[in-house]
Design a protein around this ligand. Structure first.
Ligand code: CP
Ligand code: NVA
Length: 306
């Protein structure tokens, strides 16, 4: 049985298998062919943070696959009142077929998965957001931007950046990360990614200059400067990230055929300009829709590998 906590645990071949499965299931859905691969199964979804895309995509996805999803917020279950993770894991996994968790500390997911008798999926932790990267790469494939891409990530060295580091280092593509001083990625995750990159041939570089990262890039991406749980740092972050907005001037330095990705929610005029977000190069709503298809592929893959 496999869990899906970070792309660190997955090989290139496995990641591509999940993407292929997701693309195939997407075709079935678009052709309106029923595809009840998880008929009779239940997905428990534990949310300790807010969500629009993750909740709707997992819940709809499980329904479309013939199963059922349970939305469990912190206020609904005893986990939020201090019932131990290891007890919650054993109870919930005894009654369901898969569990998705959105939480703060990544170690909560690790502990849960140790005690869970069913696959556990990371729906975002403070360290990683791997299901988003399945959708992002799928979008690159559909836009024809997956062959030798040069991806530029501009912004905070956060869960999204860490996930891009894992994807690039596993698949072997070029990734340039531009973060302001003081907001670099977790050095342990960087070390890991650089080790994987040695095997895959990925070229990974870091800079404090968004222009250096974006020059000639074929995919440009960013994320909020204020992640969930960092609301109190808002004023300082808005100050420290000055100059990191992805706007028309910055996009003009990228390859003319570059696409723009953003996991959303986006803050217009903060990390990205309205013109870029709504412009021709932006594929953010295809990317968001692919959360549904990507995760359907992932859940079917995890079910096959138990
Ligand atoms: N991108 C993403 O995970 O969105 P939500 O926070 O709305 O789930
Ligand atoms: N980095 C953001 C991603 C939101 C999908 C956060 O953790 O809030």
């Amino acid at each position: 049985m496999r869990h899906f906590l970070t792309l660190r645990d997955y090989t290139k071949e496995e990641i591509l298998e999940i993407i292929d499965l997701a693309l195939a299931i997407k075709k079935e859905q678009k052709a309106k062919r029923p595809h009840p691969y998880l008929a009779g199964q239940t997905l428990a979804m534990i949310f300790e943070k807010s969500s629009t895309r993750t909740r709707v995509s997992f819940e709809s996805g499980m329904f479309q696959l013939g199963g059922h999803a349970l939305f469990l917020s912190n206020r609904d279950i005893h986990l939020g009142r201090g019932e131990p993770v290891k007890d919650t894991a054993r109870v919930i996994s005894s009654m369901t077929d898969m569990v998705m968790i959105r939480t703060f500390e990544h170690s909560m997911l690790e502990e849960f998965s140790l005690y869970s008798s069913v696959p556990v999926i990371n729906g975002l932790s403070d360290s990683y957001h791997p299901v988003q990267l399945i959708a992002d790469y799928m979008t690159m494939v559909e836009c024809g931007r997956h062959e030798n891409p040069i991806v530029a990530y501009v912004g905070d060295g956060n869960n999204m950046t860490h996930s891009w580091l894992m994807l690039a280092s596993k698949l072997g593509f070029d990734l340039r990360v531009a973060t302001p001083e003081g907001y670099a990625c977790d050095p342990l995750i960087v070390e890991d990614a650089l080790n994987f990159a040695k095997q895959s041939g990925a070229k990974i570089s870091f800079t404090n200059d968004p222009k250096i990262a974006v020059a000639g890039a074929t995919v440009v991406t960013t994320d909020t400067w204020i992640s969930m749980g960092q609301e109190e740092e808002k004023a300082k972050r808005l100050h420290d990230f000055k100059g990191y907005i992805v706007d028309e001037d910055l996009m003009a330095l990228a390859d003319p055929y570059a696409i723009f990705l953003h996991c959303l929610p986006a803050y217009r005029g903060v990390e990205v300009s309205e013109a870029v977000l709504e412009g021709d190069q932006s594929v953010i709503f295809l990317e968001a829709e692919n959360r549904l298809h990507g995760q359907k592929g992932l859940m079917v893959w995890l079910d096959k590998h138990r």
